[in-house]
Design a protein around this ligand. Structure first.
Ligand SMILES: Nc1ncnc2c1ncn2[C@@H]1O[C@H](COP(=O)(O)OP(=O)(O)OP(=O)(O)O)[C@@H](O)[C@H]1O
Ligand SMILES: [Mg+2]
Length: 284
């Protein structure tokens, strides 16, 4: 009897540990704020933010220019410390460069003197864990194929289209095999058709590889198309104005979803919040 109880306790404990592991948050911002001091000026970029991102969740951040979206990604990547509050990753404070995340920054950071394949390879060269030449060759080739760049290995960035450059950057970020992707307006400059193709590829990749994503965009439609939750920020100093669950089944048809009624309803509801903020002044 006693032994049975023991077994049951163990099963219960294992179940609760399992549950804890599946529901655990990947990222937590707890009262995290950021103020910059530069040349005698004080810029409050972010008010105290409370935001959690669950494991394998896709969260989109939208808000007016300068409201602190990139700053949030920089906090999670460990590139900046918060001025107050805490940023946790897997339950632990981010104190240094967060090597568990892949970060596709807002700027195009391709190295102009390196061919596409070598731009992707640079991620492996910078990695702490050594990668043999043949392993690196194979990984780069696989990644180029995955993002549809096969045949463009020897092109320099200046010889690639805007979309190809973005795909090279995406491949460079993915080759780390990050469990979390931070993406800062990754497809902002692309034409509408190419953007949809990229969104489709991103959805497939992140689902296949069960990646957690924190995705910054100016495009509300893009946010609704991809995200499990959309977070709308106020004008600077940014604070969270609204968080909306997007209950659309997956995989989503990124090419057609915007023509559905349910999409239109999400769009209208979120745009009502966002438009108030984008029309506000941006005085310091
Ligand atoms: N390293 C920095 N030093 C000083 N000020 C900064 C720094 N980084 C950001 N800021 C300021 O913080 C505010 C928020 O910047 P951030 O780049 O996070 O905005 P954003 O929401 O990403 O804007 P956008 O949509 O235009 O990219 C801005 O006023 C910006 O000037
Ligand atoms: Mg930004």
């Amino acid at each position: 009897m006693r032994m049975e109880n023991n077994v049951q306790d163990k099963i219960a404990a294992a179940a609760s540990t399992d549950q804890a592991a599946t529901v655990a948050d990947k990222i937590n911002l707890e009262g995290a704020s950021k103020t910059f001091h530069m040349r005698g000026q004080v810029i409050r970029a972010l008010q105290a933010i409370d935001l959690s991102v669950r494991r394998e969740e896709f969260v989109a951040l939208v808000g007016p220019s300068g409201c602190g979206k990139s700053t949030i990604l920089n906090l999670v990547a460990g590139l900046l410390p918060p001025s107050a509050g805490t940023v946790l990753y897997d339950g632990r404070p981010v104190r240094d460069l967060n090597r568990r995340v892949g970060y596709m920054t807002q700027k195009d950071t391709l190295l102009p003197w390196r061919r596409a394949a070598d731009n992707i390879r640079v991620a492996l060269e910078l990695r702490c864990r050594p990668t043999s030449h043949s392993e690196a060759d194979e990984k780069v080739a696989r990644m180029m194929e995955l993002v549809g760049l096969k045949g463009f290995e020897n092109h320099y960035p200046s010889e690639l289209s805007g979309g190809m450059r973005k795909r090279t950057l995406l491949a460079r970020t993915l080759i780390y095999e990050p469990e979390t992707l931070l993406m800062d307006e990754p497809f902002g400059a692309l034409d509408a058709q190419l953007k949809l193709i990229m969104l489709d590829q991103l959805q497939a990749l992140t689902q296949q590889r069960r990646i957690t994503v924190l995705f910054v965009t100016h495009d509300l439609g893009e946010a609704i198309t991809l995200a499990d939750r959309v977070v709308v920020f106020s004008a600077r100093p940014g604070r969270i104005r609204a968080i909306r669950n997007i209950d659309l089944p997956r995989p989503r048809d990124v090419f057609r979803i915007r023509f559905t009624d349910v999409f239109a309803r999400y769009h209208e509801e979120l745009w009502d919040v966002l438009k108030d903020e984008v029309t506000k002044g941006t005085d310091i």
